[in-house]
Write a protein that binds this ligand. Structure first.
Ligand code: BES
Ligand code: MN
Ligand code: ZN
Length: 505
């Protein structure tokens, strides 16, 4: 676990080695006081005089000063100092030293904004994390981080949120990274139980609670769509219900539903072999809900939050659901499973129906739902789908604040017409075009009881290639949204239109 501290101590002039490495962030037009002649400040002043300090994003000068706060020094350009600039520069450098450095200092030479501080914390957390659960040979990664900034006392609230976000992101990454055989539905259920126990400080009861429903209970609820996905697997499914009560008991909660497909082979509609291993990340939505709860544990806002996770594998077998099979969802609507690889919507639709019992302020589902959204938006922005303009605006705003971006997609009814079936109330796929949108239109059929939005994180949830691994997104977005709702709740349901009294004659 990585721990952070915030200080206004001037690390630049310090002569006492306390860390293994120190990053000095240099923004365009920075000014270092040349008078300061001790520690790194002395070396930096000379470098500055020689015009060797560059502020372009990611440009760095690395040198060695045995008599300073840390011997390994990296003067790092952060350009205009935008959150994305800091994120890019710091993550890159920290990633490069993560296997050698456990104690790291990071210095803002000048006052920082809350967004800049948060970006630096997120970037160190992202770059300094090393996956270990199934890799005994792995190094520890960065463990201790001190952030020095002149206006530290004004940044305490922002720092607390940044720390909570980092903890939530780390939790989500950890679980999403675990391979399918180390992150089964049962293990996800146990992780949720352990999280809640920790969050309640080891006590049996507290603000957090969790219920993990087994196959029998899921069957009793009538979740026929969810169970049709689990049918082909030897691993039993779980339905995880997390609750955090930070406000009055009767205050309507915000509900977050995370897709928890712990491995997606495609089922009988089997996926091709190339890169199929990455389908262990198909529980990224579930991981982000767990990560949100881990973050909530640190900030404990005055709101009520519910997390719902349908967790299952999607496997082919003699018992597996076949293309053309018709299943009955918890809502009563029947579904023709035309493609068993469109399984995310089948488990989510029953969770969305279950969400009705909480009479929510709003429901947001988070899912690695379609390859199509990766084609449309790449990995920078998650797809945001909703017909509720206020909810869209709040989610987009939270995403921008948290530097965890999304982009609103259209939801015209015409995108859903091809979901029709001759043998059931609907099919689970539409045509080959705009697959991300038709998937959202499918989910929409189960969300009439409350304001709802869907985040398709198939591109955002993990990186492929050399840095293959989970990102922990969109935990920052979700936490920011919840905290915004705490400060300024929004009525997402339009005020019921007042009945005009019939005029007396
Ligand atoms: N988990 C996948 C979506 C996915 C695919 C995420 C590739 C990231 C990368 C989902 O269950 C799926 O298989 N979706 C299908 C739907 C299709 C069969 C209508 C897809 O997107 O191809
Ligand atoms: Mn699939
Ligand atoms: Zn899937």
């Amino acid at each position: 676990m990585m721990t952070f501290s915030l200080t206004s101590t001037d690390f630049l002039t310090s002569t006492k080695p306390q860390y293994e490495a120190v990053l000095v962030l240099l923004q365009d037009g920075f000014s270092l006081s040349v008078k300061k002649s001790a520690g790194i400040a002395a070396v930096l002043a000379q470098a500055e005089a020689q015009k060797h300090l560059q502020t372009a994003v990611g440009k760095s000068l690395q040198f060695y000063v045995p008599y300073a706060v840390a011997p390994r020094v990296c003067a790092l350009g952060i350009g205009q100092g935008r959150a994305a600039d800091i994120e890019k520069a710091v993550k890159g450098v920290v990633r490069g030293m993560a296997s050698e450095v456990t104690k790291l200092a990071i210095v803002f030479a000048q006052e920082a904004t809350p967004e800049q501080l948060s970006a630096a914390v997120q970037a160190v957390a992202a770059g300094g994390y090393i996956y270990q659960a199934t890799k005994p040979s792995a190094k520890k990664g960065v463990q201790k981080v001190a952030v020095s900034v002149p206006n530290a006392s004004a940044l305490k609230t922002a720092f607390a949120q940044a720390q909570a976000t980092a903890a939530g992101v780390a939790f989500a990454r950890e679980w999403a990274n675990r391979p399918g055989n180390h992150a089964t539905p049962r293990l996800l259920g146990e992780a949720a139980q352990a999280l809640v126990q920790d969050a309640n400080g080891g006590k049996a009861k507290g603000a957090f609670s969790v219920e993990v429903l087994d196959e029998k209970k899921i069957e009793k609820l009538g979740m026929g769509a969810f169970l049709s996905v689990a049918r082909g697997s030897e691993e039993p499914p779980r339905f995880i219900v997390l609750q955090y009560q930070g406000a009055a008991k009767n205050a309507a909660p915000y509900v977050f539903v995370g897709k928890g497909v712990t491995f997606d082979t495609g089922g009988i509609s089997l996926k091709p072999g190339a890169a199929m291993d990455e389908m262990k990340f198909d529980m990224g939505g579930a991981a982000s809900v767990l990560g949100l709860f881990e973050a909530l544990r640190h900030v404990q806002p005055k709101v009520n939050v519910v997390g719902l996770i349908p967790a299952t594998e999607n496997m082919p077998s003699g018992k597996a659901t076949k293309p053309g099979d018709v299943v009955t969802s918890m809502s009563g609507q029947t579904i023709e499973v035309l493609n068993t690889d469109a399984e995310g919507r089948l488990i989510l639709c029953d969770a969305l129906t279950y969400a009705e019992r909480f009479k929510p302020q709003a429901v947001v589902d988070i899912a690695t739902l379609t390859g199509n959204i990766v084609m449309a938006l790449g990995s920078l922005r998650a797809g945001l789908f909703t017909q509720n303009d206020k909810l869209a605006q709040q989610l987009q705003h939270a995403a921008d604040q948290a530097n965890d971006l999304c982009w609103r997609m259209p939801m015209d009814d015409a995108y859903g017409v091809d979901l029709k079936s001759n043998f059931a109330d609907m099919g689970n796929i539409a045509g080959p075009k705009a697959g991300g949108i038709s998937a959202a239109k499918f989910l929409e059929k189960f969300t009439q009881a409350y304001p709802w939005a869907h985040l398709d994180i198939a591109g955002a949830a993990w990186d492929s290639g050399a840095h293959k691994g989970a990102t922990g997104r969109p935990v920052p977005l979700l936490l920011q949204f919840v905290l915004n709702m705490e400060k300024a709740p929004i009525a997402f349901v339009d005020e019921p239109v007042k009945k005009t009294r019939s005029r007396r004659k």
